[in-house]
Every structure is written in C-alpha cells, then in structure tokens.
Write a protein that binds this ligand. Sequence first.
Ligand SMILES: *Cc1c(COP(=O)(O)O)cnc(C)c1O
Length: 434
Amino acid sequence: MNEIKEMYCELGISKEVYEFGEEILEGLKERFERIDKIAEYNQMKVLKAMQKNRVSEAHFAATTGYGYNDIGRDTLEQVYADIFHTEAALVRPQLTCGTHALCVALSANLLPKDELLSPVGKPYDTLEEVIGIRDSVGSLKEYGVTYRQVDLLEDGKFDYDGIERAINERTKLVTIQRSKGYQTRPTLSVERIGELIGFIKKIKPDVICMVDNCYGEFVEIIEPSDVGADMVVGSLIKNPGGGLAPIGGYIAGKREYIERAAYRLSAPGLGKEVGATLGINQSFYQGLFLAPTVVAGALKGAIFAANIYEKQGFCVIPNATEERYDIIQAIEFGKPEYLIAFCKGIQKAAPVDSYVVPEPWDMPGYDSEVIMAAGAFVQGSSIELSADGPLKPPYAVYFQGGLTWYHAKVGILKTLQEMVTEGYTSIKCCDKIG
Ligand SMILES: *Cc1c(COP(=O)(O)O)cnc(C)c1O
C-alpha cells in the first residue's frame, strides 16, 4: 500500500529504511503469530478474572480519606489474585513503583536475624540499597537482615551446589529476578523459575520464594506463581498497567505474606483496610485489560529491533532468534555516537515531547553519563517506547515498550533512519532474510 510508505516518508523515514524493515518483517510472520496466540490466551485470562469478580461501574468510583470499603480496590486485588492464581494480592497506588513493592514484600516478611538469598546473581540496581548491598539508610541490613547471593554459572545455568550450600537455618526468603534487567545474564523462563523453586523447596520447604516479575508479566501464558512462587511482585508502570496505570505496584501471593505486606505498607492493625484510590481504579482495570496486547506489541518491537540491528552487524541481546521471556532488548553499539543516535530516533518517534533532543547527563547514582529517550504519557513509564544506556563501553542501549506494535515499529525504523542519515550504517540489502 503506497499510502503507508508515503506516511512513513512524512514521518521522516526513507523508502530504503522502510523497505528494509518490511523485508525483515517478512521473516518474522510465524513468530508474531505465536506472540498473538499468547496475547489471545492472556486476554481471556484477564477477561475471565474480571467477569468472575463481577467488575462493574461502581468499582470505578473515587474514594477519599481512609478509603474504607473501597470496593474498586478490593475487587481489583481479587482480579489480580485470580490472574496470578494466588490466594491474595495487594494492588494499589500507595505502592509507588516496582522497587517500593519489592521493598514492602521483603521488609514485611523478613525479620531481624533472617537471611535473604538471591540464587540468580545480583538483583536489580535499585534493590541494592533496599537490601543494603550498597549501604543505605533504612536498608534491610540496618534492621539486621543478612543477605547472601549465589551467581549464575558462566553458561547461565543455576549453581545448584552453591545454592544448596548457601541455604541455612536462617534463610527465610529467596528472591528470584525473572528479567535480566540491565545485566547480561539470560532472562529466566517461568519453567526455569519453577525448576529452581522446586529445588529450593526440597532443601527447605518453608522458605518463602518471591519472584521479581518486572517486565515479565503476560510474556508467557503462565506466571511464576503457577510454578510455586509464594509471591510475585511488579510495577504497574510496566507490563500489567497496560500503559494506562498512572502509578502503582502489585504483590500477589499466599494470604499470609500479602497480609504482612499490607501491614507493612500501611500500619500494623490497619493493613488492607485503608488506602483510598482517589478515582484511578478505572485506569488500573482498563490498563490490565489492555496489558496482554500491549505486551505483545512491545515483544514484537523487541524482536523486530533485534533482527534489524543484528542484520546491520551489531551484537543484540537477546539475539534475533532467541525465545523471549521479557520485553527488554539490548543492542551493543560499541560507539557513543551510535547510542546517542539511536536514542534520538526513539525520541523523535514519541507521541509526547518528540521535538526534544535527548542528551547524555550525569545522573545521580551512576558512574558514567547516561542518555535516556522517553516521550511518555506517564512519567518514566517503560511499557511505553523508551530507551536508555550508559555512555561507557560497550555503549549498549536498552530499550523496551511500545503501547502499540505500530508505534514500536515506527520508533525502531526512526532509530535506523537516524543511524543511516548520520552515516553510521547503511542499508545492507537484503538477500533472503530468514
Ligand atoms: C524496573 C524494575 C524494578 C524496579 O521497578 P521501578 O518501578 O523502576 O521501581 C525492579 N526489578 C526489575 C527487574 C525491574 O525491571
């Protein structure tokens, strides 16, 4: 259809770049169909949970003050519990982000002298201060909770011997991060998480297994709570918020652990009973309803980018053909100006702040400059198309999101256009792409 090509042209994408993208897409049809099937399944899973809990207009009404009897909030939590197949869930705007939700889940269920174990290597950056890996005011370490870590083996496998040795009489909670986050280790499939939990529970049946589920929700048809996780935790400005949740986090799991989390979040004695939702329940429900297709679009974008940039000769992680277990894509550019050009392309494709030019800056907490591109409806939302990377070797960009596949597509083409225009790469045409 020529009109489409013209429209891309009006958005600044040349015929060559567009056609290169189309040829890449030819080879991705079957994979995209599989992703659509997963989205279809998950759409019904969400729908079924909403119908079962008789979600109705009354659940969208605003509450204020203490928020007693906020039926929208309470029902939403039951909907989450049904989707994750758990006894209970805590889902609310008072959980301000993913880090906060993880912090609440941990500090509610770990007491002084308990030990926390990560059997999958170093956790996400922001958790270092929560745990006290980097000394920090208010960390678990300050409260006398110790921490042990077992790294993955060189080939990405679990170090079962090391894990067995690390588990001791004080080991109370095990934290398993599903997504690689911004590291180079592989993302864990739900199946592998299940194997790990099975192994750990055989050694110590009463240990609490928590999964940091960030960026993983709805990528597969099962979730870690389907394979033995006692708690799954995540952010609503990532996958399950569907791009519409303006804030929030969730913890789903065994009733006992969720109740403790609620007492930690509000106050002992108050728990889940308080916490007004101020009228944002509708966006939680609606975002959750859209999340399966939003995640599918983001996944397609990640795979499209991997194929484009691998074909252009760059190292992409995961590679063009690997199975996906989260929505993050890394591309190693090797040169700072390439990384910057990529981020400029993402920014130029944004629906918000497209005219802004991203520049590297000294962000607090980082040991090099960082560049970020995001033109999002919700500040910092990384289910929306976004990219960032530290200005240091290997000059890797991490990017993720896209509220629709078509937006992810135009964003990625825009990055390639930027690279081509700057003369950093050229369209290497296009014998058969598999
Ligand atoms: C994003 C993320 C977090 C933290 O979530 P925020 O909402 O940014 O606080 C924790 N763990 C992983 C794996 C993440 O991707």
